[in-house]
Design a binder for this molecule. Structure first.
Ligand SMILES: [Zn+2]
Length: 251
């Protein structure tokens, strides 16, 4: 039987649309690659081993992987020929360098790839509730415009697996802060049975549309980390005690 890339037995998921298969890669690990973060209590050696196997399965150069610290902020770093592989105080990376692998760790937050096929550049973004309210996706696109002359209308965005709007319950305080950030509109807020939910994928898509991306160039995987316990770690579902998936992007 042919292996379906969405099967729970698969160790890596390739998220890139077919038209860009030979241009750029965007790959995320699944639970079958085990935990890939050093910050969740697992011993360092096993995480290093898990990462090594994941890089092999993904088919990338494991010696050239750049990882942002991820502090839920809005700092963006351009990777050139940098020898520092862990970039402090940042949640988004952009580059024009070939074979340079940019990565993001998630377990509910949304990993986003922005690809500019005209100038051959890309960015990878860690967008949770905070990053979304800080317009990190818009700021990353601005940064690509300044650094690479990127035009939003040429860009494609790919949204990886993240917690869906049926699972991401928020309280009144967060709902109010969300409305404030989006100028009093009920954008991305869903109410159901006296509960309030946050639409991470919906808001980030909207921000990308407002920035100038074409609707058909925004590719959503539609996979929820919380709804699919066999495939993904979920910080909320697992009440904070869980591993992390790693997304990798390179040209
Ligand atoms: Zn869900």
């Amino acid at each position: 039987m042919e292996k379906n890339s969405n099967s729970p037995n698969y160790k890596v998921l390739n998220l890139i649309p077919d038209i860009f298969k030979n241009k750029i890669n965007f790959i995320i690990s699944t639970r079958n690659s085990s935990n890939l973060s050093f910050n969740t209590g697992d011993n360092r050696e096993s995480v290093e081993y898990n990462r090594k196997i994941f890089y092999q399965n993904a088919g990338c150069n494991g010696n050239n992987v750049y990882l942002p610290e991820q502090i839920h902020g809005d700092n963006i770093v351009e990777i050139k020929e940098n020898d520092l592989y862990l970039i402090p105080g940042t949640d988004a990376l952009v580059t024009k360098e070939k074979k340079t692998v940019l990565s993001i760790m998630t377990a509910d937050c949304l990993p986003i790839l922005i690809y500019d096929p005209i100038n051959e550049a890309f960015g990878i973004i860690h967008s949770g509730w905070k990053g979304t309210l800080l317009f990190l996706v818009t700021k990353t696109l601005d940064r690509m415009t300044k650094a690479f002359n990127t035009k939003a209308k040429d860009c494609h965005a790919v949204m990886g697996p993240a917690i869906c709007s049926d699972c991401y319950e928020i309280n009144d305080d967060l709902a109010n802060k969300t409305k404030e950030a989006f100028k009093g509109k009920e954008i991305g807020i869903k109410r159901k049975n006296n509960k309030i939910y946050f639409d991470l994928v919906g808001i980030n898509s909207l921000l990308l549309r407002e920035a100038g991306l074409e609707k058909e160039n925004i590719h959503k995987t539609g996979l929820c980390t919380s709804c699919l316990p066999g495939q993904f770690y979920s910080h909320r579902r697992d009440l904070g005690k869980t591993g992390r998936m790693m997304s990798l992007a390179w040209m």
